[in-house]
Design a binder for this molecule. Structure first.
Ligand SMILES: [Zn+2]
Length: 169
């Protein structure tokens, strides 16, 4: 049986309506023995139905997912969704703030450390939360990926760039 996560959820997953809050990842530092890293989250629920999880920013240097999901998070009240939606626009928030593939806190790639560790580093604790707390709640998951600065652009993007510049010289 999975151990309970040490990450606190400052948003309710139950109850009707749209709620925005954060997940608190324990992070003891010089200035705060009981400090935490806040990861933005939104939950929208209306009636019974499947639960959809949307995440972006597993790698902090892939911006398209977070951009779309933060916009969606602001528009949730107007969308009148049915069922339950959970949005984590930048699941590895420290990496997103640093525009970095790996977390600046522990130098770990979130996408390489699932199912994570309850008592591990910040990134390992986030992976454990997603695997142990969020995944059992959901029916459908949609994860955003995009090109990071360390990966080569897809061939179609390179071809488009060549066409728009008049082709290779
Ligand atoms: Zn990625």
């Amino acid at each position: 049986m999975a151990q309970r996560s040490l990450i606190s959820s400052f948003v309710s997953f139950d109850g009707e309506g749209v709620r925005r809050g954060y997940l608190g990842v324990p992070h003891s530092v010089q200035e705060s023995a009981y400090g935490h890293i806040a990861i933005p989250i939104a939950v929208a629920k209306r009636g019974d139905g499947p639960t959809l999880l949307l995440t972006g920013g597993v790698h902090g240097d892939e911006y398209e997912g977070p951009l779309v999901l933060y916009r969606l998070m602001r528009a949730l009240a107007e969308l009148d969704p049915s069922g339950r939606g959970i949005i984590l626009p930048s699941v590895n928030h420290p990496a997103f703030l640093a525009a970095s593939r790996v977390s600046p806190i522990d130098q770990i790639d979130l996408n390489r450390c699932f199912p994570g560790s309850r008592d591990g580093t910040a990134t390992q604790a986030i992976a454990h939360y997603v695997a142990a707390v969020l995944l059992p709640l959901i029916s459908i998951a949609a994860l955003s990926w995009s090109r990071s600065r360390v990966a080569a652009p897809p061939r179609s993007v390179r071809a488009g760039a060549q066409m728009s510049s008049g082709g290779p010289n």
